[in-house]
Design a protein. Structure first.
Length: 260
């Protein structure tokens, strides 16, 4: 049976996001999440994770949001010591110190482990593990820690050629519907229809599907800090939708990255 991982990004971003993720695990089909070690809701997320040991917890490696775990970076931060924004990496001429990236990401993984959580896998905020020379860095860390990695590369062989455990396909619930969502009177049904359609297409030829969710309740942190806010509440509802849950459980094996 085709395996499916429902993973929620951004665990630890804020308390409201944390609560949304936990509700989706307790009352829905969420199996996995990835934790942001350097964000304000980290300690709150760790406490919730320990209360819910069945939820897979990976590390959401970060370069474009919040502040680093380590001090002293020269190329990764702005004058205030915060990580540079995503737009910095959109410039083809952007250069960073690869050793800084490696040391920072290693420190983020170690912080999660030191908090008493055994990581299930690695992924990254804004898919930064696919930028520049970062594929080499993520592969090095995956081998050091023996961890699977989210495959969000256009070339899926990048990880598999080096025997790094990964998903076969990555599905974004908002693929192709972001503009339509704004005008739709039935936003929840639109989201459910989109995700079901993508899952059915992926399941025809792949053994492991990861659905990349961002469920959350809303607070001041997410409303002022993220460009993707309002749609998150619809993801909370979709993941707990009984018809979608029934369809998934009848046709797929729910799992975490530890199970592949």
């Amino acid at each position: 049976m085709v395996k499916i991982i429902n993973n929620a990004d951004d665990f630890g971003y804020s308390n409201a996001i944390n609560y949304g993720i936990i509700d989706c695990y307790l009352n829905g089909m969420l199996t996995s999440t990835t934790l942001m070690p350097a964000m304000p809701g980290f300690d709150h997320a760790v406490a919730l994770a320990k209360q819910n040991p069945g939820l897979g917890i990976g590390v959401h490696l970060t370069l474009t949001c919040g502040r680093p775990v380590l001090e002293g970076h020269k190329t990764l931060v702005n004058e205030n010591g915060d990580f540079k924004k995503l737009t910095f990496y959109n410039d083809a001429l952007t250069k960073v110190d690869d050793d800084e990236v490696y040391r920072e990401w290693k420190a983020q993984i170690d912080k999660v482990s030191a908090a008493g959580i055994k990581p299930t896998h690695l992924d990254s905020h804004h898919h930064t593990h696919t930028f520049k020379n970062n594929p080499l860095i993520i592969k090095k860390l995956a081998k050091e820690y023996g961890l699977p990695v989210r495959n969000s590369f256009q070339d899926v062989s990048i990880l598999k050629d080096e025997d790094i455990v990964t998903n076969d396909i990555l599905i974004d619930p908002w693929c192709s519907i972001s503009e339509e969502f704004k005008d739709s009177h039935d936003k929840l049904n639109l989201l459910i229809t989109s995700i079901r359609s993508q899952i059915e297409k992926g399941s025809l030829k792949n053994d492991v599907i990861e659905v990349m969710w961002h469920p959350a309740y809303l607070d001041i942190n997410i409303m002022t800090g993220s460009s993707f806010a309002y749609p998150r509440i619809y993801e909370v509802e979709a993941i707990q939708n009984q018809e979608l849950i029934k369809y998934i459980k009848e046709n797929f094996e729910l799992c975490t990255f530890q199970d592949i």
